[in-house]
Design a protein around this ligand. Structure first.
Ligand code: HEM
Length: 193
Protein backbone atom coordinates (compact mmCIF):
# COMPACT_ATOMS: atom_id res chain seq x y z
CA UNK A 1 0.00 0.00 0.00
CA UNK A 2 1.43 3.38 -1.03
CA UNK A 3 0.75 6.39 1.21
CA UNK A 4 0.40 9.90 -0.25
CA UNK A 5 2.43 12.75 1.42
CA UNK A 6 -0.66 14.16 3.26
CA UNK A 7 -1.51 10.64 4.43
CA UNK A 8 2.08 10.18 5.67
CA UNK A 9 1.80 13.49 7.53
CA UNK A 10 -1.51 12.37 9.08
CA UNK A 11 0.00 9.05 10.23
CA UNK A 12 3.03 10.93 11.58
CA UNK A 13 0.74 13.13 13.68
CA UNK A 14 -1.44 10.20 14.77
CA UNK A 15 1.65 8.32 15.95
CA UNK A 16 3.05 11.13 18.15
CA UNK A 17 1.07 10.34 21.37
CA UNK A 18 1.65 6.59 20.90
CA UNK A 19 5.41 6.94 20.40
CA UNK A 20 5.53 9.25 23.44
CA UNK A 21 3.57 6.75 25.60
CA UNK A 22 5.74 3.77 24.50
CA UNK A 23 9.04 5.67 24.92
CA UNK A 24 8.17 7.05 28.39
CA UNK A 25 6.67 3.78 29.59
CA UNK A 26 9.75 1.83 28.39
CA UNK A 27 12.09 4.11 30.35
CA UNK A 28 9.90 3.93 33.45
CA UNK A 29 9.05 7.66 33.31
CA UNK A 30 5.39 6.73 32.77
CA UNK A 31 3.92 4.19 35.17
CA UNK A 32 1.49 1.38 34.29
CA UNK A 33 -1.60 3.33 35.47
CA UNK A 34 -0.73 6.41 33.41
CA UNK A 35 0.18 4.36 30.31
CA UNK A 36 -3.10 2.41 30.43
CA UNK A 37 -5.06 5.62 31.04
CA UNK A 38 -3.42 7.65 28.23
CA UNK A 39 -3.59 4.85 25.62
CA UNK A 40 -7.28 4.22 26.40
CA UNK A 41 -8.12 7.94 26.34
CA UNK A 42 -6.38 8.48 22.98
CA UNK A 43 -8.38 5.59 21.50
CA UNK A 44 -11.61 7.27 22.65
CA UNK A 45 -10.56 10.77 21.48
CA UNK A 46 -9.84 9.45 18.00
CA UNK A 47 -13.16 7.60 18.06
CA UNK A 48 -14.89 10.95 18.68
CA UNK A 49 -13.09 12.36 15.59
CA UNK A 50 -14.07 9.33 13.44
CA UNK A 51 -17.72 9.68 14.40
CA UNK A 52 -17.66 13.47 13.88
CA UNK A 53 -16.42 13.25 10.26
CA UNK A 54 -19.82 12.72 8.57
CA UNK A 55 -21.44 15.46 10.70
CA UNK A 56 -18.66 17.92 9.75
CA UNK A 57 -19.11 17.06 6.07
CA UNK A 58 -22.87 17.68 6.33
CA UNK A 59 -22.38 20.91 8.31
CA UNK A 60 -19.73 22.31 5.92
CA UNK A 61 -20.62 20.79 2.52
CA UNK A 62 -18.56 23.36 0.57
CA UNK A 63 -15.35 23.00 2.59
CA UNK A 64 -12.64 20.97 0.84
CA UNK A 65 -11.07 19.81 4.12
CA UNK A 66 -14.24 17.88 4.99
CA UNK A 67 -13.87 15.86 1.74
CA UNK A 68 -10.26 15.10 2.71
CA UNK A 69 -11.35 14.12 6.22
CA UNK A 70 -14.04 11.82 4.79
CA UNK A 71 -11.43 10.11 2.57
CA UNK A 72 -9.14 9.63 5.57
CA UNK A 73 -11.86 8.31 7.88
CA UNK A 74 -10.63 4.74 7.48
CA UNK A 75 -7.09 5.77 8.54
CA UNK A 76 -8.54 7.42 11.65
CA UNK A 77 -10.54 4.27 12.43
CA UNK A 78 -7.42 2.11 12.12
CA UNK A 79 -5.64 4.53 14.49
CA UNK A 80 -8.44 3.99 17.07
CA UNK A 81 -7.63 0.27 16.90
CA UNK A 82 -3.89 1.06 17.09
CA UNK A 83 -4.35 2.86 20.42
CA UNK A 84 -6.66 0.08 21.70
CA UNK A 85 -3.88 -2.40 20.75
CA UNK A 86 -1.29 -0.32 22.61
CA UNK A 87 -3.66 -0.18 25.62
CA UNK A 88 -4.00 -3.99 25.54
CA UNK A 89 -0.23 -4.35 25.07
CA UNK A 90 0.45 -2.29 28.22
CA UNK A 91 -2.06 -4.45 30.14
CA UNK A 92 -0.70 -7.79 28.88
CA UNK A 93 2.94 -6.78 29.46
CA UNK A 94 2.08 -6.03 33.09
CA UNK A 95 0.21 -9.32 33.60
CA UNK A 96 2.32 -11.56 31.32
CA UNK A 97 3.26 -13.87 34.18
CA UNK A 98 -0.29 -14.13 35.48
CA UNK A 99 -2.43 -15.68 32.68
CA UNK A 100 -4.96 -17.00 35.20
CA UNK A 101 -5.47 -13.46 36.51
CA UNK A 102 -6.02 -12.14 32.94
CA UNK A 103 -8.79 -14.73 32.43
CA UNK A 104 -10.31 -14.07 35.88
CA UNK A 105 -10.30 -10.28 35.26
CA UNK A 106 -11.77 -10.75 31.77
CA UNK A 107 -14.85 -12.31 33.40
CA UNK A 108 -15.46 -9.11 35.36
CA UNK A 109 -18.27 -7.13 33.59
CA UNK A 110 -16.20 -3.94 33.15
CA UNK A 111 -13.30 -5.81 31.58
CA UNK A 112 -15.52 -8.20 29.60
CA UNK A 113 -17.12 -5.27 27.72
CA UNK A 114 -13.58 -3.94 27.06
CA UNK A 115 -12.55 -7.25 25.48
CA UNK A 116 -15.70 -7.41 23.32
CA UNK A 117 -15.13 -3.75 22.29
CA UNK A 118 -11.57 -4.64 21.33
CA UNK A 119 -12.79 -7.50 19.10
CA UNK A 120 -15.26 -5.08 17.42
CA UNK A 121 -12.48 -2.57 16.64
CA UNK A 122 -10.22 -5.40 15.42
CA UNK A 123 -12.90 -6.56 12.92
CA UNK A 124 -13.43 -2.97 11.74
CA UNK A 125 -9.66 -2.34 11.35
CA UNK A 126 -9.07 -5.63 9.46
CA UNK A 127 -11.84 -4.75 6.97
CA UNK A 128 -10.75 -1.10 6.53
CA UNK A 129 -9.18 -1.60 3.11
CA UNK A 130 -10.30 -1.41 -0.54
CA UNK A 131 -10.22 -5.21 -1.00
CA UNK A 132 -12.70 -5.70 1.90
CA UNK A 133 -14.95 -2.87 0.62
CA UNK A 134 -15.06 -4.60 -2.81
CA UNK A 135 -15.51 -8.11 -1.39
CA UNK A 136 -18.29 -7.18 1.05
CA UNK A 137 -20.18 -4.77 -1.23
CA UNK A 138 -23.26 -3.27 0.52
CA UNK A 139 -22.60 -5.48 3.54
CA UNK A 140 -19.45 -3.41 4.28
CA UNK A 141 -21.50 -0.39 5.41
CA UNK A 142 -23.73 -2.60 7.55
CA UNK A 143 -20.68 -4.25 9.15
CA UNK A 144 -19.09 -0.87 9.87
CA UNK A 145 -22.18 0.27 11.78
CA UNK A 146 -20.66 -1.91 14.50
CA UNK A 147 -18.61 1.18 15.36
CA UNK A 148 -21.60 2.39 17.44
CA UNK A 149 -21.57 -0.88 19.42
CA UNK A 150 -17.79 -0.51 19.85
CA UNK A 151 -18.28 3.06 21.16
CA UNK A 152 -21.00 1.99 23.64
CA UNK A 153 -18.92 -0.96 24.90
CA UNK A 154 -15.86 1.26 25.36
CA UNK A 155 -17.75 3.87 27.38
CA UNK A 156 -19.30 1.10 29.52
CA UNK A 157 -15.77 -0.32 30.05
CA UNK A 158 -14.48 3.12 31.07
CA UNK A 159 -17.23 4.07 33.53
CA UNK A 160 -17.31 0.62 35.16
CA UNK A 161 -13.53 0.18 35.56
CA UNK A 162 -12.44 3.75 36.37
CA UNK A 163 -11.99 4.79 40.00
CA UNK A 164 -13.66 8.12 39.11
CA UNK A 165 -16.09 7.52 36.20
CA UNK A 166 -16.89 11.24 35.62
CA UNK A 167 -14.42 11.73 32.72
CA UNK A 168 -15.78 8.55 31.13
CA UNK A 169 -19.35 9.86 31.37
CA UNK A 170 -18.23 13.19 29.84
CA UNK A 171 -16.65 11.37 26.85
CA UNK A 172 -19.81 9.25 26.56
CA UNK A 173 -21.87 12.46 26.45
CA UNK A 174 -19.62 13.96 23.77
CA UNK A 175 -19.89 10.77 21.65
CA UNK A 176 -23.69 10.74 22.02
CA UNK A 177 -23.88 14.46 21.07
CA UNK A 178 -21.70 13.89 17.97
CA UNK A 179 -23.98 11.02 16.84
CA UNK A 180 -27.20 13.00 17.52
CA UNK A 181 -25.95 16.12 15.65
CA UNK A 182 -24.99 13.92 12.70
CA UNK A 183 -28.48 12.30 12.64
CA UNK A 184 -30.16 15.74 12.83
CA UNK A 185 -28.01 17.13 9.98
CA UNK A 186 -28.66 14.02 7.86
CA UNK A 187 -32.44 14.43 8.36
CA UNK A 188 -32.21 18.15 7.46
CA UNK A 189 -30.19 17.36 4.31
CA UNK A 190 -32.66 14.64 3.19
CA UNK A 191 -35.62 17.03 3.75
CA UNK A 192 -33.90 19.89 1.86
CA UNK A 193 -32.92 17.56 -1.03
C1 HEM B 1 -8.75 -5.57 25.15
C2 HEM B 1 -9.36 -5.51 26.30
C3 HEM B 1 -9.09 -4.43 27.28
C4 HEM B 1 -8.39 -4.52 28.44
C5 HEM B 1 -7.73 -5.76 29.00
C6 HEM B 1 -8.41 -3.21 29.06
C7 HEM B 1 -7.80 -2.90 30.29
C8 HEM B 1 -8.01 -1.73 30.98
C9 HEM B 1 -7.59 -1.46 32.33
C10 HEM B 1 -6.81 -2.43 33.23
C11 HEM B 1 -8.00 -0.22 32.65
C12 HEM B 1 -7.74 0.54 33.96
C13 HEM B 1 -8.92 0.39 34.87
C14 HEM B 1 -8.63 1.05 36.22
O1 HEM B 1 -8.49 2.28 36.28
O2 HEM B 1 -8.49 0.29 37.19
C15 HEM B 1 -8.69 0.32 31.50
C16 HEM B 1 -9.26 1.57 31.43
C17 HEM B 1 -9.65 2.14 30.24
N1 HEM B 1 -9.75 1.54 29.02
FE1 HEM B 1 -9.41 -0.39 28.63
N2 HEM B 1 -9.08 -2.33 28.25
C18 HEM B 1 -9.50 -3.02 27.13
C19 HEM B 1 -10.19 -2.52 26.07
C20 HEM B 1 -10.34 -1.17 25.82
C21 HEM B 1 -10.74 -0.58 24.57
C22 HEM B 1 -11.10 -1.36 23.30
C23 HEM B 1 -10.73 0.78 24.76
C24 HEM B 1 -11.00 1.90 23.80
C25 HEM B 1 -11.19 1.77 22.50
C26 HEM B 1 -10.36 1.03 26.13
C27 HEM B 1 -10.30 2.28 26.73
C28 HEM B 1 -10.12 2.48 28.08
C29 HEM B 1 -10.29 3.76 28.74
C30 HEM B 1 -10.68 5.07 28.08
C31 HEM B 1 -10.02 3.54 30.09
C32 HEM B 1 -10.10 4.57 31.23
C33 HEM B 1 -8.81 5.33 31.34
C34 HEM B 1 -8.90 6.34 32.48
O3 HEM B 1 -9.12 5.92 33.63
O4 HEM B 1 -8.75 7.53 32.19
N3 HEM B 1 -10.11 -0.17 26.74
N4 HEM B 1 -8.67 -0.61 30.51
Amino acid sequence: MKLSPPQLLLWGLLSVPGVWIVARHATGALGYGEAIQLSGEWAVRLLVVVLAVTGLRLAFPRAGWTVWLLRRRRDLGVAVFGYALLHLGVYLARKAEMPVLIVREALDPGMAVGWVGFVVFAVLAITSNDASVRALGPRWRILHRMVYAGAALTIAHWVITAFDPLVGWIHGGVLAAVILVRLALRRKTVRAG
